[in-house]
Design a protein around this ligand. Structure first.
Ligand SMILES: Nc1ncnc2c1ncn2[C@@H]1O[C@H](COP(=O)(O)OP(=O)(O)OP(=O)(O)O)[C@@H](O)[C@H]1O
Length: 215
C-alpha cells in the first residue's frame, strides 16, 4: 500500500530582484531519484545535504505536470469516495499561490485549484449513472482567526472537534456546486473577502493563508 501522506518539493525560478543581484542557485534537483541537494553558499567546503521526497520539481516544472503527478491521484481518490487534502506550505514568496491558484486566464499557468475543478466536473459529467454531491467552503486564517470567506459578514469562527469526524470549523458556510462556473463564482466572492487579496501579489510581508476544501 502506498503512503497516505506524500510530500512534493517545488523550486521556483529566480525573480527579477534575485536575477539582478546575481544570486547563486543553492539547490540541485534530481527528478530521477526525487532528491534535493542543498549547499551552503557561505561554506563552499561543507558537504552538500541531500533530502529525498515523494516528488520533486525544479524551476522549469510545468503546472500541468505538477498537477498530473501530484494532485490528480488525490482527486481521483476523492472521486471514489476517499478523503483527500492538498496543502501548500512554505516561506512567503516561494510560490504557494502560483502552484495552488496560478494564473487563471492563462490555461498553461492554471494551478492545482482550477485544474482540480476541471477534473472533478469532467469526471461527474462523464458518469451519468452515478450521483455526486460537491460542496465548497472557503476560509482564511488571519492573525489566528478563522474567517469564513463565503459569509456576508466574515467573522471569527470557532475550531471544534467531533469525536467521530474530527476537527471542524463551527458555522462555516458551505455551498452545493454543480459546475466549474459555480465553483469559480464562489472563489471570486471569497477572494474579495480575503483580508489581503491576490492583487497584493508583490507584497510578501503580510499575506494571509487560506485553505480550500472540496468534498
Ligand atoms: N514555478 C514558478 N514559475 C514562475 N513563477 C513563479 C513560480 N512560483 C512562483 N512564481 C512567482 O513568484 C512570485 C511569488 O510567488 P507566490 O505569490 O505564489 O508566493 P507565495 O508562497 O504564495 O507567497 P505568500 O506566502 O507571500 O502569499 C509570484 O510573482 C509568482 O508568480
Amino acid at each position: 500500500m502506498s503512503e497516505s501522506v506524500k510530500v512534493a518539493v517545488r523550486c521556483r525560478p529566480f525573480n527579477e530582484r534575485e536575477k539582478r543581484q546575481n544570486e547563486i542557485k543553492i539547490l540541485d534537483i534530481d527528478a530521477s531519484s526525487c532528491a534535493v541537494t542543498i549547499k551552503n553558499p557561505k561554506k563552499q567546503q561543507e558537504t552538500p545535504k541531500t533530502f529525498t521526497y515523494d516528488y520533486v520539481y525544479d524551476d522549469n516544472s510545468k503546472q500541468i505536470d505538477v498537477y498530473n503527478m501530484t494532485a490528480r491521484p488525490i482527486v481521483d481518490a476523492v472521486l471514489e469516495g476517499y478523503n483527500g487534502t492538498i496543502f501548500a506550505y512554505g516561506q512567503t514568496g516561494t510560490g504557494k499561490s502560483f502552484s495552488m491558484e496560478g494564473v487563471r486566464d492563462v490555461p498553461e499557468l492554471r494551478g492545482i485549484i482550477p485544474n482540480s475543478f476541471s477534473q472533478i466536473f469532467s469526471h461527474i459529467n462523464a458518469s451519468p449513472n452515478k450521483q455526486f454531491l460537491v460542496r465548497a467552503s472557503y476560509l482564511e486564517i488571519y492573525n489566528e482567526e478563522v474567517r469564513d470567506l463565503l459569509s456576508k459578514t466574515p467573522k471569527g469562527l470557532e475550531l471544534k472537534e467531533h469525536p467521530e469526524t474530527g476537527v471542524y470549523v463551527k458555522d462555516l458556510s458551505n455551498f452545493v456546486v454543480k459546475s466549474i462556473q459555480e465553483m469559480e463564482q464562489l472563489i471570486n466572492v471569497g477572494q474579495k473577502n480575503r483580508i489581503v487579496g491576490a492583487t497584493n501579489m508583490n507584497d510578501h510581508l503580510s499575506r494571509s493563508h487560506n485553505l480550500h476544501h472540496n468534498s
